[in-house]
Design a protein around this ligand. Structure first.
Ligand code: NAD
Ligand code: UD1
Length: 338
């Protein structure tokens, strides 16, 4: 029996492949390479010392998916495949609804038809929107999202809920990630964003290496200890380990369950910048800029449900995250393009 990993070539997927293999699972990976490169999986194989089947396949391609399910005994799916650029989602919302929502519906239809009814899904803390006060718990209202990307996650959560209600054999573990950063300790795999990064950590790394001249800190007048935005940064390897536990859970339970994956600790932009400088002995010049539209001041998790249900807890520190992000960036200044 194997676990199918959609989007397994991407940032979180590639780290999860390694943790799944290390935990003794057989995996089958699919990706359409929209936002990733074959080199990532080559390095996953190198690091794990294991081979596994890969298919270049789009999750909207029902016939392609059916062939893969027919060729392998798939007992559950970890579903990462999706588009994730917030700004782009506002410009081309239909592409996001087609890929993320339409793709997930097609995948679930094929899964049902092929008798595989267990999924671990990549949702996001973005579903909590700006209406709740941190620490965020899973029972808080969701849906007050500010962009199409966030709405695709909210919609998919609802679809999986309805699906589990309609069929008692279905199991869906909906993981709400907080802010994943860091990289594998080897420095061989990491986040490889296209163009100028939108997210804080890849931006900081590219300033530190001299690709970008300075960081703009988006607002220093939030109601936070130093006025800059507070987030719950989580090491991608901790996040990947959370998926192993979530698969174990999905195999043992039915119904749908939303679970936060975060550390429970808030860290401000300036705290992250200072931690990065201290951990790596590099400079990160910055200027204070206006707030970024759509941003909120503070967002961090209550991770106790993950501890209770999955037996999982994040272990790595902000220092680990900064050190590992920098190792990946400095050893691979062009990402996977060597
Ligand atoms: P990523 O872009 O690195 O990985 C996603 C992968 O899915 C890519 O390899 C891409 O090529 C593939 N893909 C996209 N559309 C596809 C399709 N139609 N068919 C097949 N493959 C397709 O992103 P990531 O950071 O690894 O995120 C993984 C998942 O986690 C996404 O669903 C994302 O929305 C979600 N998420 C990410 C974050 C984050 O900060 N990185 C936070 C919350 C949630
Ligand atoms: C963003 C997305 C969220 C998505 C997540 C991971 C928005 C509104 N939210 O979350 O939907 O799930 O990325 O992909 O886009 N910052 C700077 N300068 C920068 C970049 C960021 O000061 O150049 C600040 C931000 O204002 C924020 C913090 O750093 O306070 C983290 O930003 P970012 O990494 O983009 O993540 P989120 O905004 O939390």
């Amino acid at each position: 029996m194997a676990i199918l990993i959609t989007g397994g070539c991407g940032y979180i997927g590639s780290h999860t492949c390694i943790e799944m293999l290390q935990a003794g699972y057989d995996i089958v990976v699919i990706d359409n390479y929209y936002n990733s490169k074959p080199e990532a999986l080559r390095r996953v194989k190198e690091l794990s010392g294991k081979e596994f089947p890969f298919y270049e396949c789009d999750i909207r391609d029902a016939e392609g998916l059916k062939k893969i399910f027919a060729a392998h005994k798939i007992e559950a799916v970890i579903h990462f495949a999706g588009l994730k650029a917030v700004g782009e989602s506002v410009r081309i919302p239909l592409t996001y609804y087609d890929n993320n929502v339409g793709g997930t519906v097609t995948l679930c239809q094929v899964m049902s038809e092929m008798g595989c009814k267990r999924m671990v899904f990549s949702s996001s803390a973005t579903v909590y929107g700006n209406a709740n006060t941190s620490p965020l718990t899973e029972d808080m209202p969701t849906g007050a999202v500010t962009n199409a990307y966030g709405r695709t996650k909210f919609m998919i959560e609802g679809i999986l809920h309805d699906l589990c209600n309609s069929d008692p054999e279905w199991s869906a573990v909906i993981l709400r990630y907080f802010n994943p950063i860091g990289a594998h300790i080897s420095g061989r795999i990491g986040e490889d964003p296209n163009g100028i990064p939108n997210n804080l950590m890849p931006y900081v790394s590219q300033v530190a290496i001299g690709k970008l001249s300075q960081l703009s800190v988006f607002g220093d007048d939030y109601d936070t200890p130093d006025g800059t935005g507070v987030r719950d940064y989580i090491h991608v390897v901790d996040l990947a380990k959370g998926h192993v536990k979530a698969v174990d859970y999905a195999l043992a339970h039915t119904g749908d369950e939303a679970i936060n994956l975060g550390t429970g600790n808030g860290c401000s932009v300036l705290q992250l910048v200072n931690a990065f400088k201290a951990a790596n002995g590099v400079d990160v010049p910055y200027v204070v800029a206006p707030r970024r539209p759509g941003d909120i001041g503070t967002c961090f998790s209550d991770p106790s449900k993950a501890a209770r249900l999955l037996g999982w807890k994040a272990e790595k520190t902000v220092e680990d995250m900064c050190r590992d992000s920098w190792r990946w960036q400095s050893q691979n200044p062009k990402g996977y393009d060597e």
